[in-house]
Design a protein around this ligand. Structure first.
Ligand code: NAD
Length: 399
């Protein structure tokens, strides 16, 4: 992942005329914190926080708890966060953190101790104006609430602006949970406006947090958009005449698997990828489109709501086939935008309603999509490269 990220920055940097020195500088990290956490039961875990760049504002990025977390992965993710915040126009830099642990093997008390010790090690390096962590894979508002409490205990800072992704009762923002899915809808709407398209059909892979909110918001707010397929890890359901998300949600809430939905045709995830639709939305995992299945993709527009669902090689194939791939850096930036709005509310002692948060989210992501489209036209770069180009230029404060 680190190699791919470095290669992407080198490639785009060269294409937009950056010097070797500038590219080398963009690939450097401001700080890498690596430490060991020893719990009171004697178990030890490797922990990381990598801070990439903070020229545009305090470092920002999640903390993941996963057995495969390692320094190179955290470095790649920190770099991508810098690009994401810069491309989206947020006054933040980029960072990422993690602990190499399987949280499912910990008791609730051990998980709390781990979360608090992670913060205890990092107190001198994080804070509302330095580095503002957030949840990521296997971390949630409960973990973040423990972290905020530990930070407050050690520093006396009660602004709650030290972390985002808190529970709403403890300084979190309204509309955070649905922000990534809603953000995807806003980006799609803004892009369709540029392309002069309105009516379309879409297939969505992944009915988790991101995919479900995407479909929910799209079905209520994009009346010309017809959901024809939706899947989860067991497979999906396809109905060219259209699927009601309300009915699918009710079916799923009773424990039903999408593949067993009583109307339409069951499809595998491989079949869903190959459906003849206008938009294919990938909201499940990384690397689901590879050179092996890229030729089967019929949709002219592919939305990367998951992180890296289109592999690099497959991306080249899709470009040759004339497709539009809306890159994850912008397509799934809704979460970090609302993280910024949460931080802003904490810093100013305000609590905004849902509508105000959603209006600001729309403003940021519509602007980011318009900028992306303009950069694509101006430079001739594909959308992924254009997003990176915008990020690199913002980091270097170039037009
Ligand atoms: P989630 O765990 O809530 O949902 C994942 C969904 O994918 C589930 O419906 C699961 O059944 C499905 N799935 C798993 N394996 C699958 C497979 N092989 N084929 C098809 N579907 C499969 O996760 P999430 O929070 O919705 O995140 C989804 C993706 O979006 C991840 O890549 C994540 O990193 C990325 N992302 C999430 C956020 C966020 O705010 N949650 C923000 C940015 C990016």
């Amino acid at each position: 992942m680190l190699k791919t990220t470095i290669h992407l920055i080198e490639r785009v940097g060269t294409k937009i005329g950056l010097s070797k020195a500038e590219i080398q500088d963009l690939l450097k990290f401001d700080a890498q914190h690596q430490f060991e956490i020893e719990l009171s039961n004697g178990n030890k875990y490797q922990a990381y926080r990598v801070q990439h760049k903070n020229g545009l504002g305090p470092y920002k990025g999640g903390i993941r708890f996963h057995p495969e977390v390692n320094l190179d992965e955290v470095k790649a993710l920190a770099t991508l966060m810098s690009l994401k915040t810069a491309t989206t126009g947020l006054p933040f830099g980029g960072a990422k953190g993690g602990v190499a642990v399987d949280p499912k093997l910990l008791s609730a008390l051990e998980l709390e101790e781990l979360s608090r010790m992670y913060v205890a090690h990092l107190v001198p390096h994080i804070g509302p104006d330095k580095d503002i962590p957030a949840p990521d894979v296997n971390t949630n508002s409960t973990v973040i609430d423990w972290m905020v409490d530990e930070y407050e205990r050690r520093t006396g800072d009660t602004t709650k602006a030290s972390f985002t992704g808190k529970s709403v009762g403890k300084g979190g923002s309204q509309a955070r949970e649905e922000a990534t899915g809603r953000g995807g809808v806003i980006v799609l709407e803004a892009l369709l406006k540029k392309l002069g398209r309105r009516t379309l059909t879409m297939a969505v892979q992944g009915a988790g947090n991101v995919g479900s909110f995407f479909v929910d918001v799209a079905s209520r707010e994009m009346p010309d958009c017809k959901l024809v397929a939706l899947s989860d890890s067991s497979g999906g359901i396809y109905d060219p005449s259209g699927l009601s998300y309300k009915k699918l949600k009710a079916f799923k809430s009773q424990g039903g698997r999408l593949i067993d939905y009583p109307s339409g045709t069951p499809v595998t995830n491989e079949e869903l990828i190959a459906l003849d639709v206008d938009v294919l939305v990938l909201a499940a995992l990384g690397d689901v489109i590879t050179p092996a299945n890229a030729p089967a993709v019929k949709a002219p527009i592919i939305m990367e709501l998951a992180n890296g669902p289109v592999s690099d090689k497959a991306h080249d194939d899709l470009m040759q086939a004339g497709k539009i791939v809306v890159p994850d850096i912008i397509a799934n930036a809704g979460g970090v935008v609302v993280s910024y709005l949460e931080w802003l509310q904490n810093k100013t002692g305000q609590q905004w309603g849902k509508a105000k948060v959603n209006n600001h989210l729309r403003r940021y992501l519509t602007q980011a999509t318009d900028n992306l489209y303009a950069e694509h036209l101006k430079t001739g770069l594909n959308f992924k490269e254009a997003a990176v180009s915008l990020g690199l230029k913002a980091l270097l404060r170039r037009e």
